[in-house]
Write a protein that binds this ligand. Structure first.
Ligand code: DGT
Ligand code: CA
Ligand code: CA
Ligand code: ZN
Length: 585
């Protein structure tokens, strides 16, 4: 465990003990132990432990020495695990409400039996919190407001929506006087499917001007923190944004640090230490010697310079790692031997297959979709409207599908667009795993997407068998949105991914990476292993209107997080090869 992680554990122990009403001296010992650790360097901690000299730190008695050593060496602490198990998780959660500390929570629990935020909200609503000694009506009001805020602002946000807010801000920052560079870091830059908050890093000289601009941007409803070189704001949607301004020569280190992820950073710092260097948001400096990393970074000439991230990685003997891969999942090992994949890019994609029109639940006509695909430079566009059982989505009955096929053939023949249109369907997988159209109808299509749109609550084994049966159908080309999840809205249905992936490989069926920002399904975490086993991917926007085609970008981002190269993604194939792949020649 790293020093910072150990500090977190010590602080949490202090809080847990307070919630339990333990001896104040004991509580203070953990709090001051955490502070003592914060004042020393990572390398110094390792040295003290190795030399069995941890006891020389201020306030470190035998108990603390033993606990910190255990955490450092094993990453666990038996005492902490046991302690946690004795405190209701709801009590710990209540700490997130402003104005509620361990002491107040303990009173609420003892007097009113409150052990969750929900119960607390109810008690406030009933007025019983105000009647407690030391609380009163104003405190009760504040607690209620805090609970409401937490509900509205504690949630995560879709990458797509966060990115739409972040892009103009980064641009605005770059245009400010005295700003040389600015970028959005954090999970947004890593292309995570959901984002907690935005993190902007700015290299600049007019620090006050940048803070003033940032805190008065349109859409800001609250400035939650304001400092000389940093600020935090909240937008009406609940999304929050952090800003940090650093001198030009620290910019790359700050950008890398705040891009994360935490796991990636931990591994990078470890690698730096092994080379006698200390890596932090302030710079890359010798690990040995006097002073904190920050102080050392401030010494001119002491720091390893990096004008871009390629140089930063290079200074640690690594090839450049693109932000999407920085999840601590083997990217550093691959960068060390220069074996990082050539990841798929938006420009590699030549077309896509899962798209809807006004024939089912889309908002653009066939011609409008084809025109939009051509404007995007696509070589081909697949139309896959819903099948007859998807009544809620205006699914096509067989005769309507036949009519659509004829329209598509006529459109291609007319040569109105350079983009070729493939005729397909998004065919419902019925609850028993059979398909919603007859084989003879399916045989007239260029390809078939099969998807689940009903009976979501089947057990895992029934759902898995259902998907496998659909995959085994000889007319099936690809499986749409594998788990049916809607990010932040609807959980995935229960399914054995591994079995479905194996069935797809065995039957030469593609699995879709649904690029809709609400889906991004199959999840990026599953792709790397799946393609190693032989699965092939198709990235589909699942567009229901012209703008929806641009969602492909979110899918490419997720594909990159899944380590996918162009040869894993069939819609990187040019038209002629795609036709051969679909057996249409
Ligand atoms: P989010 O906002 O929850 O979607 O995720 P991130 O990754 O944007 O996290 P955030 O905003 O808390 O912090 C941005 C980056 O800063 C994070 O990815 C890594 C770095 N960072 C923040 N706190 C820590 C920390 O305690 N330890 C380490 N190693 N890195 C940290
Ligand atoms: Ca963030
Ligand atoms: Ca943040
Ligand atoms: Zn669908």
């Amino acid at each position: 465990m790293t020093k910072n992680e150990i500090i977190d554990v010590l602080e949490e122990i202090g809080v847990l003990l307070e919630l339990k009403g333990e001896n104040p001296f004991k509580i203070r010992a953990y709090q001051s132990g955490a502070r003592a650790l914060a004042a020393i360097e990572e390398a110094e901690l390792a040295r003290l432990i190795a030399a069995e000299e941890l006891g020389t730190l201020k306030g470190f008695g035998e108990a603390l020495v033993q606990k910190v050593t255990e955490l450092h060496q094993t990453g666990r602490l038996e005492f902490f695990e046991k302690l946690k198990a004795t405190v209701a998780p709801g009590l710990i959660e209540m700490l997130e409400i402003p104005g509620l500390g361990p002491k107040k929570i303990k009173i609420l629990n003892e007097r009113l039996g409150i052990a969750s935020i929900a119960a607390l909200a109810e008690a406030c609503g009933a007025g019983s919190v105000a009647e407690l000694d030391g609380f009163g009506a104003r405190t009760q009001e504040k607690i209620l407001a805090g609970i409401k805020n937490r509900e509205a602002y504690g949630r995560r946000h879709l990458w797509w929506e966060a990115n739409e807010i972040a892009e103009p801000i980064a641009k605005g920052l770059r245009a400010l006087r005295g700003v040389s560079r600015a970028e959005a870091a954090g999970s947004l830059r890593r292309g995570m499917e959901t984002v907690g908050d935005l993190d902007f890093i700015v290299a600049g000289t007019d620090v006050a001007g940048v803070v003033a601009w940032f805190t008065s941007m349109t859409g800001v409803v609250e400035v939650t923190a304001r400092g000389e070189t940093k600020a935090s704001v909240r937008f009406g949607s609940g999304l929050q944004a952090d800003l940090r301004i650093v001198p030009e020569d620290q910019y790359i280190f700050a950008l890398h640090h705040f891009t994360g992820s935490k796991d990636h950073n931990v591994q990078m710092r470890k690698r730096a230490l092994a080379r006698g260097l200390s890596l932090s948001e302030w710079g890359l400096v010798p690990a040995a010697g006097e002073g904190t990393a920050k102080e050392k970074a401030a010494l001119v000439g002491n720091r390893v310079a990096a004008k871009d991230e390629t140089e930063l990685f290079g200074a640690l003997g690594l090839a450049y790692v693109t932000p999407e891969l920085r999840e601590g999942l083997g990217e550093i090992e691959a960068a060390e031997i220069n074996q990082l994949p050539r990841l798929v890019e938006l420009q590699d994609i030549r077309g896509a297959f899962h798209n809807h029109t006004t024939a089912s639940d889309g908002k653009a006509t066939l011609v409008e979709m084809a025109a939009a695909a051509q404007a995007l430079g696509w070589e081909y566009l697949g139309i896959a409207d819903h099948s007859k059982s998807s009544v809620q989505a205006n699914g096509l009955a067989p005769e309507r599908l036949l009519k659509q096929i004829a329209e598509i053939r006529a459109l291609n023949n007319s040569k109105q667009f350079t983009t070729h249109v493939f005729a397909g369907t998004e065919c419902d997988i019925l609850p028993d795993g059979s398909l919603d159209f007859d084989d003879s109808l399916l045989a007239q299509l260029d390809y078939v997407v099969v998807s689940v749109h009903s009976a979501f609550s089947q057990s895992e084994s029934v759902m898995t068998a259902r998907l496998v049966r659909a995959i085994e159908h000889p007319r099936t080309t690809m499986l749409g949105h594998l788990t049916g999840r809607l990010l932040l809205r609807r959980e995935a249905y229960a399914v054995d991914h591994e079995k479905v992936i194996d069935a797809a490989i065995a039957n030469g069926v593609l699995i879709e990476l649904n690029a809709s920002p609400w889906r991004l399904d199959m999840d990026w975490r599953l792709w790397r292993r799946a393609v190693e086993k032989g699965l092939r991917c198709v990235i589909n926007p699942d567009a229901h209107d012209v703008d929806g085609l641009t969602h492909l970008r979110a899918g490419v981002s997720a594909a990159r997080k899944g380590w996918l190269s162009p040869h894993h993604v069939v819609n990187c194939l040019p038209l002629a090869e795609m036709e051969r792949f679909l057996g249409l020649e």
